[in-house]
Write a protein that binds this ligand. Structure first.
Ligand SMILES: Cc1cc2nc3c(=O)[nH]c(=O)nc-3n(C[C@H](O)[C@H](O)[C@H](O)COP(=O)(O)OP(=O)(O)OC[C@H]3O[C@@H](n4cnc5c(N)ncnc54)[C@H](O)[C@@H]3O)c2cc1C
Length: 416
């Protein structure tokens, strides 16, 4: 018989990313004795690489409706409820005043730490976790979670580590993230833990991920960036659109426009149509008609970067030296198709190794939306990217991690 008694807590949180750190703060503020376990030697690995090391920590404003910036295969009504629990201005205040991270506004509705350092956000969260009295244990990778043996008078859970240590907890919060950029510690193992506790996993896929192409004329434009309007089309019907910046890369396409559009390609097999410089078909018609005596190449190059303009004119089959006013109806239409209905030739995507988030995950139907407690295993809570929710580019994913972390932490701390 072993005389060893594992340390015991009210709440054990698995994963010290943005969601787990936030959950720890609110569980500890709720009076619970909290331990936060992470398999990595440091907390918030993904926060540190976010926003190119600068961390786009939140959006400046929500879209209308707020849930329009978020994606799930579950109920949108359920999703909507989460955003009422902690409004964006209050989250911004929390980061500014309670984490003591001054913020600056940047273009495209983004908030960054004034210092330009993602580390400040991570350090602010860790500092607050510790000052609330919660314990963080690093290099403690959870390999299994068992329900305690009720026959022996135990309640709650026993968590096991790789080095065969144990922790007991009345409640557990799973905040293990998704499976994107596995080097940060979130390698999809959390889904296995959730499955052993009765949960089903909605098929996962890389989201907010650069797309690839075999079209070398386009990869030759690597480095070129410009605003576009993108439209995702499924069976000829538009399912989504947006206006953001687009980047040509050596492997294909990236930038906020492409990252936002990528999940429609990967999940729904959508085609992506691009209007360069976000100029509408009617605007191009008016513009080209008003320059009837000018040559086509120069007229297009006055609006678009030269190399892109030349390629699009060539692909339309129009001779660049022709005057705009001499274009036939069909060549005019062919040129317009290149300028504002350009179909991206997509060969694939860069995968989980570089995807900013994971689409899919543990379905919202298996949790109580008012508490984030599992319907399958009472006492277990889930938050952050492990759930089947992700946001667009622009700080929306930290917004989700923070909202869901706070809700799970507060509810897990309550003793019924
Ligand atoms: C390159 C990149 C840039 C990004 N930039 C932005 C941005 O600027 N703005 C934005 O809003 N979002 C951004 N994101 C997305 C954002 O970082 C994530 O959505 C968010 O960090 C998810 O938080 P999380 O706490 O749910 O999961 P994670 O941050 O993935 O944290 C999960 C934690 O769980 C730990 N863990 C996993 N399994 C175990 C286990 N078995 N035992 C113990 N610990 C475990 C991991 O080590 C990790 O620390 C970016 C993502 C990437 C990859």
């Amino acid at each position: 018989m072993s005389l060893y008694t594992p340390p015991s807590y009210d709440v054990a949180i698995v994963g010290a990313g943005a969601a787990g750190l936030m959950a720890a703060i609110w569980a500890a503020r709720g009076g619970a004795k909290v331990v936060l376990l992470d398999g990595q030697p440091k907390a918030g690995g993904k926060i540190l690489i976010s926003g190119g090391g600068r961390c786009n920590v939140l959006p400046i404003e929500s879209r209308d409706p707020v849930e329009a910036s978020f994606h799930t295969s579950g109920s949108r009504n359920v999703l909507k409820r989460f955003f009422k629990t902690w409004r964006l201005p209050q989250i911004q205040d929390f980061v500014r005043w309670e984490l003591e991270v001054p913020l600056v506004e940047e273009d495209d509705n983004k908030l960054f730490p004034e210092s330009g350092k993602a580390r400040d956000v991570r350090d602010g969260l860790v500092r607050e976790v510790e000052s609330c009295g919660a314990t963080i244990v690093y290099d403690w990778r959870v390999t299994a979670i068992d329900k305690a043996d009720a026959n022996k008078g135990h309640t709650g859970f026993i968590l096991h580590s790789e080095s065969e240590e144990q922790v007991r907890a009345k409640k557990v919060i799973l905040a293990t993230g998704g499976e994107s950029v596995p080097a940060t510690g979130s390698d999809g193992f959390g889904y296995r833990l959730a499955k052993t506790l009765g949960h089903k996993q909605v098929q996962t896929f890389p989201a907010l991920v650069p797309l690839t192409t075999n079209d070398t004329d386009l990869t030759d434009l690597a480095g070129l960036s410009l605003p576009v309007e993108w439209r995702a089309m499924v069976d000829g019907k538009e399912v989504a659109r947006g206006v953001r910046s687009f980047l040509f890369t050596h492997k294909g396409f990236s930038g906020p426009a492409v990252l936002d559009a990528s999940h429609y390609v990967i999940r729904d097999n959508a085609e992506i149509l691009i209007s360069w410089e976000a100029t509408s078909r009617q605007e191009w018609i008016d513009y080209l008609q008003s320059r009837a005596r000018r040559n086509v190449s120069k007229t297009v190059a006055d609006v678009l970067p030269n190399r892109l303009a030349a390629l699009l004119v060539e692909r339309s089959g129009v001779r660049g030296e022709m005057r705009c006013g001499n274009l036939t109806r069909s060549t005019f239409d062919a040129l317009l198709d290149q300028l504002c209905d350009f179909q991206l030739p997509i060969s694939g995507n860069r995968g989980f190794a570089v995807a900013e988030v994971t689409g899919g995950g543990i379905g919202l139907d298996s949790i109580d939306p008012s508490t984030l407690e599992s319907r399958k295993t009472p006492g277990l809570y889930l938050c952050g990217e492990i759930l089947d929710v992700f946001g667009d580019i622009g700080g929306f994913n930290f917004q989700w991690a923070f909202i869901s972390g706070k809700l799970a932490g507060e509810c897990a701390a309550k003793t019924e």
